[in-house]
Design a protein around this ligand. Sequence first.
Ligand code: FRU
Length: 486
Amino acid sequence: MLKSYEEINQAIKNYYSNKNNIKSNIWRNNFHVEMPFGLMNDPNGLCYYDNKFYIFYQWNPFGCEHKTKHWGLVTTADFINFTNPEIVLKPEEWFDKGGCYSGGAYVKDGTLKLFYTGNVKGINNERKSYQCVVDYNKDWLFEKKGVLIDKEPEGYTSQFRDPMIFENNGIYYMVLGVQTKELKGRALIYESKDINRWSFVGELKTDMKDLGYMWECPNLFRVNKDKVAFMFSPQGLKEEEFKHQNIYQSGYVIGELNLDEVFLNNHTEFKEIDMGFDFYAPQVFNHKGKNIMIGWIGMPDKDKEYLSSEYGWMFGMTMPRVLEYKDNAIYQKPLELLKELRESKIVDFKSQYVDNYSIKLDSRTIECNLDLDINNSDNMELKLKFKDEHISISYSKKDEICIVDRNNMELGGKGVRKFKLKIDKSLKMHMFIDNSFIEIYYQDGLETTTLAYFPKSDDFEIEIKNKVKINKLQIWSLRRINYVES
Ligand code: FRU
């Protein structure tokens, strides 16, 4: 285990300068951002600044446990070339010594400001949460400016964290996740005229009076002129047949935000943003008018399922997804830039009737775009096979149900995830398969499933069961992203 920051910095350099390290085990991903060692969780402070995307994240560089949370940083202009990970916030002040927890960024007058929660635990494990700010100047100096809000308001517990900033009509607002004394999840709004002094405005009033015991990582962003999405990660929802099947969820509602009365009017029902096994704590930022989301590929309190910890690293981040608003729902699309990851086209065909089609592939680092006409078959099953293990994705047309099944994998998390999926004419799946992460977009991003998997073999085959007409099948091998010293 690494013990000092000098050792960590040296280990990062060594790791990225030696190509063999990068493919040190079969679960190392090629095009997903993950850490060379330690535990990575929520994306933080996402923004575009100085012609680059800044991607900060929660990171314990000292080991694979949820403790000593730092903020790490990689920057990129293209999502192919990244700067080496580096530590930018260390939990070493009186107000954050239990962890520099999640938060957001705001770019103002050429300065990048980071807002985060300083977590402090007392001798009897009692928690204190401080909302803090950091200024970044271009000499790579992150300067902690201390505490902005030193305590939760009356009526709430100290589960009070994850500040995100937005501006409306010249006033800055901060939204925070919190728990009431009655143990209900809620979001609070603060405001500021100068971004430095903040005052409490109130609790965001919604119809979700009983939706879990804590809301983590809130995001409020505009989806059109009249409506905003409120996306957050509630904990403690009851599992249902077609939803809320993970221990914790992430999702959104869409409504009209009235900031004067702190009200989200007329909002839709809570809808999960990803129906897979391993997606949590997403963060959204706006770039050139597009809302872009990155989520954490992982899940709190399920550490045992992530076997890469045997090799000293754990979890990663989704690729950036553009959020598009249509018919009161959010559709997710892979960021256009990601097409540059395509190395070569391995498969490309249209209009073909098949009966138990299968194809063996040389690598598990692919993008696969599939369009299946299932008019003549009630059920469809697609298998991602790794020698004698597989993940199955099946669809029942009659019931309009999609099932992702990991029970035939030997290592790591198992189980099934079931969700309702309406299709028109054909079943569309756009898959990004990496060595231990898979992201699938269904029906042009109406639903997605993100999962981690830990196959024993590098063998890889895609099989489409049943008699179906393949309208389109395209497979590309994808490049590995690069890391360079900044
Ligand atoms: C979500 C979360 C946040 C917190 C951070 C700590 O996964 O629990 O609420 O700020 O992780 O790492």
